[in-house]
Write a protein that binds this ligand. Sequence first.
Ligand SMILES: Cc1cc2nc3c(=O)[nH]c(=O)nc-3n(C[C@H](O)[C@H](O)[C@H](O)COP(=O)(O)OP(=O)(O)OC[C@H]3O[C@@H](n4cnc5c(N)ncnc54)[C@H](O)[C@@H]3O)c2cc1C
Length: 865
Amino acid sequence: MNKPASVPDQFDAVVVGAGFSGLYMLYRLRQLGLSVRVFDSAGDVGGTWYWNRYPGARCDIATPDYTYSFDPELEKEWTWSEKYATQPEILDYLRFVADRHGLRPDIEFSTAVTSARWDEQEKRWTITTGRGEEIRCRYYIMATGCLSMPKSPDIEGVGRFAGQVYFTSRWPHEGVDFTGQRVAVIGTGSSGVQVIPLIARQASQLTVFQRTPNFSIPAHNGPAPADRLKQLDEDRDGYRHAARWSRLGVPNEPTDVLGVTASEAVRRERFEAAWEQGELVGIVSVFADQLLNPASNDIVAEMIREKIRSIVKDPETAEALCPKDHYFGTKRPCLDTGYFDTYNLPHVRLVDLRKQPIVSITEDGIETADESFGFDAIVYATGFDAMTGALVAADVTGRDGLSLKEKWAAGPSTYLGLMTAGFPNFFMLTGPGSPSVLSNMAVSIEQHVDWVAGCLEHMREEGLDTIEPTELAESGWNQHVQDCAAITLMPTANSWYMGANVPGKPRVFLPYIGGVDAYRQACDDVVGQGYLGFRMAGPGGARCQDGVIRSMQPDVAMVLDLIAALGLPPMETLSADDARALMAATAATRPPGPEVGEVTDGVIPGPAGDLPYRLYRPAGPPEGPRPLVVYFHGGGWVLGNLDSDDPLCRDLCARSGAVVVSVNYRHAPEVRFPAAALDAFAAVQWVDANAIELGGIPGQLAVAGWSAGANVATVACQLARDAGGPHISGQVLICPVADSDMTRLSYQENGDGYILTTALMRWFWDHYADPADRGDPRAAPLRGDLRGLPPTCIVAADFDPLRDEGVAYARALEAAGVPVRFDRARGHTHTSVTMVDVIISGAPVRAGIGEALRDFFPSAEPQGI
Ligand SMILES: Cc1cc2nc3c(=O)[nH]c(=O)nc-3n(C[C@H](O)[C@H](O)[C@H](O)COP(=O)(O)OP(=O)(O)OC[C@H]3O[C@@H](n4cnc5c(N)ncnc54)[C@H](O)[C@@H]3O)c2cc1C
């Protein structure tokens, strides 16, 4: 069959897919006056809701939310009958939308797009369809869906079964009657959980084959939630705005209740409320830290397991249904209607494939390691090759013959999940690296479509006809996507979010978990900064504002936002005493850091009186003496004490396996330069002389410090060298103050907004040292003789005014022949690396510090964290 002769073969844009995304994209492109052709291999509009017709198929985001918002009239004309509408109703809705806007004439159904090739000369895509058509277009837009490519079951003998075979994702349009049949269902993900109770109503025998139990909560389906309808009636625009700027695409007040610190009563109350509410958004937000902290996650997970045990009567079946191999929420949780109850029916049986794996599908049924089962029908609910499957399968070839499949062989790489370098004018809607499946997709889809439409409009206005991301922008975004995932528990699961359900698929976290709101802001910022990271060209000229849109670690950014919201006075506007009080008050609210074996306080005789110290001894074996680390706290020689850096010292102790002796020193302005440096040197001498009494190994001594503490630590090393001892095995300098001129680029780039500011640094210097003294190497160690200093580990943070001092000091030490390990704290600020158990992304940096300390001491063994 060929397309009608009247249809041209040149279009401004080709869109693949006529589901939620493709329909709205077509609508917007038409609004721009572009000629568009949409292809879908389906026989009608609907996408997901065209294909997934199995009994029980429903959405799991409440329908008042899972809906378009671009057309206010449409919103008034359509009323959802249930909280979670069935597949037929959602399909009817999408048909209604297509008809209301007369979209069908531009859509070619039952037509697969089989390949697409970029012509660099013509600046056009050539699209080939399964019908043999060739269409040329300037813009190629894949609206092919995240969950549209069914995963073929990786089970031996799949083709052998002589009975009826069904796939939930390709269900027969005429429906299936299982009455009186012996039915097998393989798979217990979202589709399995929905279909199983309904098949159980008809089948004479139902056997469910389960590889991984999944968390599921009751949907409590019924009429659309009255409170939500009321809010929509009263202020539809406000409601939709709140959804667009929410974390998950559904208006929801974020909680600050932490699972680990909440009382048992609060935990129970919050959980039961979410269970009763029956919404994914609620159950994944019982606690603010449930996706970050394993202990908090366990609380929710165990309460769900309790519920499963209370519903399922047979204890063995109940236990098999209890998920224990992944944290709650790290695989997509399910919403169900009577799922667990179904296992109480006498004709329903669960086969746990972990105990009894499938050996093969046979002609009559299924053979497991222990049993042979006979069936009339097998239903596969085995899921999808999610997020990348449909994109890669459509054989897209960009510039220089590079295919998407080749480019993504090690995992997808995109800028904003919208485009990928080397593939000009190629857009993906809800592509990998965008919130997509971690959000209410109706909201995410509209945002993506609007962004693409806005981009094409901008290009037309500017006389530009090609666009693609730069490598720098793309790799920066990929890094950000992975950074966001890395601070959560998500990468720990063998989930389809990680590509783990498809054999051979690279294990990369596919969606963006930073939130719908954060993502929208990033997309808006890209536009606001002149399409940052995009290369655009055309008759109107060529332009490229290259750069990375988000390079700060996500948890660092969150903490900065929280601190900004507190509206605290700038430290430099306070007196030293008030600043100290403020610092002590904030320190009192933070987590304590890891447990160590022993903590004792004492005093060191300093040059002008006693210096308090706190000693941390690691827990566990080996017994006996350990290497010693003398640590100096940060605080610009003015602030800080043994308490201020206590969590960091515990962390260093646990990670290094060394005894850490944290020493307080005299502070400015009461006692000015060079008192702090002289105290530090005296402390190092004393610890060395008393190594045995302190439980240390004589001769195995390192120094460490953060910020001004790193300054006095390295000055102590210089003084020790000049004095001929003590021998220091190494120095760890975390974000050190190495110079005093405050002129380096990092002061310009990071001098404001990242807690340590240029103004604060000036305040510190003014308190500590007279301008005439600031060139003294005991104040500015970079200016000293660096030869013969011990091996050094320097940590420099990207968003630190002191960054370039650290870099310069590392270079100068290297030039002086000192072995240097330089660790860049990527995406961190001056303070964030030290925020133990607050900034999760700081842990790898501190692990590096622990490693550096252990390298100074061959005998060191960490206690483990
Ligand atoms: C059972 C199920 C329930 C879901 N429930 C929810 C929910 O409650 N909330 C939510 O937010 N999301 C849900 N989702 C996700 C759902 O996929 C999205 O919400 C949304 O429907 C996606 O729309 P789309 O247009 O982007 O993609 P799809 O609806 O998947 O449409 C893509 C279309 O592209 C076509 N296509 C792909 N490749 C080609 C090709 N090469 N040639 C021609 N055509 C092609 C496909 O045939 C398909 O029709 C659910 C998914 C499933 C499977």
